[in-house]
Design a protein around this ligand. Structure first.
Ligand SMILES: Nc1ncnc2c1ncn2[C@@H]1O[C@H](COP(=O)(O)OP(=O)(O)OP(=O)(O)O)[C@@H](O)[C@H]1O
Length: 308
């Protein structure tokens, strides 16, 4: 799936032009989990709606599973499962009955029990939908999109409002879908979760792409980690490390040294100052750091916060 030069503007109440997506080149590889990240208002939902043919771009091109939109929309959408809004299920019917009703409409009745098991709902399938937790509702939503056996499954903020167990469930389902050969596109603020499950990522800010690629490569290339050093004399040790030009923070008795390429250098500088390290731990940079670096204040200010 890819877009080229995608642009979408809206008119605000005051008829001011709001640019939601600006020249976006999105590349989602076939197979694996691709995370679509950005602060609030970055244009993620608008982009997903354009991929599904629910919004019309002002300009640019979209190709989904080998079909060019808008002409190939029907063929493309037949192979895409999307969870963009909470689907409408009957509250008084059980999960199984709800799914069976949907299955009949697409001639997939035989799949219902297998899908309920696949999303971990087999035990509660006979209970009324209204008694389900948010996580269970989300799992039923995933099962409903799998009825048509999609090649690409799109999740827009799938873990909003879920508790940690629900978040874990959704992550497990996404991984399982990708491991079974499908492509998963997930927009999210949940960086820690995304880091655990995503193979590749695109980060957008203000409707523009600011970084993309393999999660591991992005973390490796962008963020230099800090090193935590437990020293015999934090005051003298801190001074010596600062003289070397590093940024040093105190965390109790431990020094946190930023911007270090090779932690061995730290031991050398400390030893020269007659201070010794009891322990030296390199903090692994993570997607959150990369995201904050790339999105700056906008990223830090988003209401749900990193890892929310
Ligand atoms: N129907 C609309 N009318 C006017 N402006 C809109 C409309 N839909 C989106 N926008 C604006 O377009 C921009 C992008 O919004 P979008 O919902 O795509 O961002 P997002 O990245 O999904 O944000 P969030 O993480 O908050 O869901 C925002 O400035 C938003 O206010």
């Amino acid at each position: 799936m890819r877009t080229r030069g995608l642009r979408k503007t809206y008119r605000s109440f005051t008829l001011r032009e709001v640019v939601a997506v600006e020249g976006l080149d999105l590349e989602v590889p076939v197979g694996g989990v691709h995370a679509f990240l950005g602060p609030n208002g970055a244009g993620k939902t608008t982009t997903i709606r354009m991929l599904l043919g629910l919004e019309r771009p002002d300009s640019g091109s979209i190709r989904v599973l080998g079909h060019d939109l808008p002409g190939g929309l029907g063929a493309a959408v037949a192979k895409v499962g999307a969870i963009v809004e909470q689907p409408r299920f009957y509250p008084a019917f059980s999960g199984r009955r709800n799914l069976s009703l949907l299955a009949q409409s697409v001639g997939a009745g035989a799949k219902v029990d297998g899908l309920l098991a696949q999303v971990g709902l087999a035990d509660r399938a006979g209970d009324r939908y209204r008694s389900y937790s948010l996580g269970m509702k989300q799992r039923l939503a995933v099962a409903s999109t799998l009825l048509k056996d999609p090649e690409l499954v799109i999740f827009d903020e799938p873990t909003n409002g879920l508790d940690p167990a629900g978040v874990h469930d959704v992550r497990t389902i996404m991984r399982a879908l990708a491991d079974a050969g499908r492509t998963v596109l997930v927009s999210s603020h949940m960086l820690a979760e995304v880091e655990q499950v995503a193979d590749t990522v695109s980060i957008v800010v203000g409707g523009r792409l600011v970084a993309d690629g393999r999660v591991a490569d992005l973390i490796g290339s962008r963020a230099r980690g800090a090193v935590r050093v437990d020293v015999t004399d934090p005051v003298r040790g801190g001074e010596a490390l600062e003289r070397r030009g590093w940024i040093v923070r105190r965390d109790g008795e431990v020094l946190v040294v930023e911007g270090v390429d090779d932690p061995v250098e730290i031991s050398r500088v400390l030893a020269d100052a007659g201070v010794y390290a009891r322990e030296l731990v390199a903090e692994r940079p993570d997607l959150e750091q990369v995201f904050l670096e790339l999105t700056g204040a906008q990223g830090a200010a988003r209401p749900q916060g990193v890892g929310a």
